[in-house]
Design a protein. Structure first.
Length: 341
């Protein structure tokens, strides 16, 4: 599925809050490629929409897809009456499922609009971040989905489908959203820059795409921050790297060179300097992983290092000391580099 921005919003500078800015550039229309689906996508949704389960990494268009589809189905006049959206900021325990969701699902609706045009004879309930719901709430939802299938369609949205109980997944058509491709992100970011009258460089856009790792929401947020920092100047690669908190490639390269030299005292100093500079250990770990994969090391050495990275990542998530964990990892890299020579 591809998206097309809704027209009509006048260009403004990026001065709104991050959430407002992302919502303002959220796709307003749903377009289904004719190569992938035959016929009219709107007609298919109107008559055959099942319960849906959207899952995948954040920022890949899961919520935007169902919201755009709902707007096409109902139009602005019926959207608020026919669509109930609950996200992580709402209370979604078993009591809410039994009362608010159940009461909304039981409402019957007509198959025509006030102007006489036809519309789907059902409502849509969107449960964003459904993987944060308790098992008890999910179990309560199962019966509601089954009983109100004639008048209501459910769309569950989550990052981790494994956290949704099987009785719910079996009642939904599952759609996996992959990280967005580089070209799609580049087109969207360039379009936003043009709408907002921002100056940008190709290297800056490429840097935004790289650091966001397929998360368009993150890319737009970084674009907003970069625009504020650069003021009237071009959004360059260096600006994006500074805003994103990315460790400069030269710093990572210097650390690896120190590992190859085999001097532990110098390695201690190099790691301490990185921590003192304020670089996040998780960011260092992520960039080290990408560089190690391309390093001229044997497969055995790479496997030992990447396995150690997984252990260090878990320790950091549990609150371990960043300096000690990075020093531990760096010493393993130094040992494996010595074995490969």
């Amino acid at each position: 599925m591809a998206f097309q921005l809704s027209q009509g919003a006048a260009p403004r500078s990026l001065t709104a809050s991050s959430t407002q800015e992302r919502r303002r550039h959220r796709p307003g229309e749903l377009h289904i490629h004719t190569k992938r689906r035959g016929g009219s996508g709107k007609q298919e949704l109107r008559h055959t929409l099942p319960n849906l389960l959207f899952y995948g990494p954040p920022g890949t268009g899961k919520t935007s897809t169902i919201l755009a589809a709902a707007r096409e189905l109902y139009g602005p006049e019926l959207y608020r009456q026919r669509v109930l959206e609950l996200n992580a900021s709402d209370e979604r325990g078993i009591q809410v499922i039994r009362e608010k969701v159940k009461n909304f699902a039981q409402l019957t609706v007509a198959g025509t609009r006030t102007d006489g045009k036809s519309c789907p004879p059902f409502k849509i309930i969107i449960l964003d971040e459904a993987d944060s719901m308790t098992n008890a709430a999910q179990a309560a939802l199962r019966r509601t989905m089954e009983k109100e299938s004639r008048t209501t369609r459910f769309c569950l949205i989550c990052n981790y489908v494994s956290r949704i109980i099987e009785p719910l997944t079996s009642r939904c058509s599952k759609f996996r959203f992959k990280p967005l491709g580089n070209e799609i992100q580049q087109e969207r970011l360039v379009e936003i820059c043009q709408k907002e009258n921002l100056k940008y460089s190709k290297e800056g856009i490429d840097a935004l795409v790289k650091v966001s790792e397929g998360d368009l929401r993150k890319a737009i947020t970084l674009l907003q921050s970069s625009a504020r920092l650069s003021a009237e100047k071009d959004i360059t690669e260096s600006v994006v790297i500074e805003i994103a908190g990315v460790v400069p490639p030269k710093v990572i390269e210097n650390l690896l060179q120190t590992c190859h030299k085999g001097n532990f005292e110098k390695l201690e100093v190099a790691v301490k300097n990185m921590i003192d500079e304020g670089y996040a250990a998780t960011q260092i770990l992520s960039q080290l992983h990408d560089v190690i994969i391309e390093e001229k090391l044997g497969d055995k050495q790479k496997s030992v290092i990447t396995e150690k990275m997984a252990v260090v990542d878990k320790c950091l998530a549990d609150g371990a000391d960043e300096y000690l964990q990075l020093l531990n990892l760096s010493s393993v890299i130094m040992q494996q580099a010595a074995q490969s020579t």
